[in-house]
Design a protein. Structure first.
Length: 224
């Protein structure tokens, strides 16, 4: 009788220990990332001389051309993203899928040369939080280029960073950093603008000093 009781106790203890081992051995899964919306549709790059700069698993979302280094040869800026960013970028937990801005200089033979790349120059797909994808556009004009971000819908703001080419240093440097926040206009005038700016901060080199394109970090408060 005693042997039977001891055997039952042994079986119970073994079963309990096994169940505890299974419980403690479980891994805690991260909260699934909600699918993020983007208005930046994939740009189909057909030029093989540009396609070589897009690594496997990435897509182009912006392709703009212009003269970046004032040599009268057409250059190109490509912005590329991870193909999975809609479901894998997680800014809330500090794990954004960063977009990469590529400065590609046109050559006389029709090829392109990578001048610089920066994965901290354009905001991620979910950097706008509930208000959506803030990345908006790239503009190139005569040695200058701007990276534009905007949010509208419930909250309205725009952030434009402009870089200028320096011939002596053969590089691009932050020229202006312009942030504007908008609020609903309290005016009862039917002809008044719907939104008015309550914050308008324009910073120049006098404020931030010399910041090259490759040093620039839009995620950092100081820009680098």
């Amino acid at each position: 009788m005693k042997k039977s009781i001891l055997l039952l106790i042994l079986i119970f203890n073994l079963g309990f220990a096994f169940s505890q081992q299974k419980t403690t051995g479980k891994t805690t899964k991260s909260k699934p990332v909600q699918k993020h919306d983007t208005f930046n549709e994939t740009v189909i790059i057909t030029n093989p001389k540009l396609k070589v700069f897009i690594p496997k698993g990435y897509q182009a979302i912006i392709k703009e051309t212009g003269d970046l280094n004032l040599d009268k040869i057409e250059d190109c800026i490509l912005v590329i993203r991870k193909a999975t960013e809609e479901t894998t970028s997680n800014m809330e937990e500090g794990k954004p899928d960063k977009r990469v801005v590529l400065l590609l200089l046109g050559q006389k033979d029709g090829n392109y040369k990578l001048a610089f790349k920066n994965e901290n120059a354009a905001y991620c797909i979910d950097c706008g939080g509930l208000f959506g994808d803030p990345f908006n556009a790239i503009v190139i004009k005569n040695g200058y280029f701007s990276i534009e971000h905007r949010i509208s819908g419930g909250h309205h703001w725009e952030h434009i960073t402009t870089f200028k080419f320096n011939k002596t240093k053969n590089n691009w440097y932050l020229y202006k950093d312009h942030f504007i926040n908008y609020i609903l206009n309290p005016s009862t005038d039917p002809n008044a603008e719907a939104l008015i700016a309550n914050v308008d901060k324009l910073k120049t080199v006098k404020d931030f000093g010399e910041i090259s394109f490759q040093q620039f970090n839009i995620y950092a408060d100081r820009g680098y």
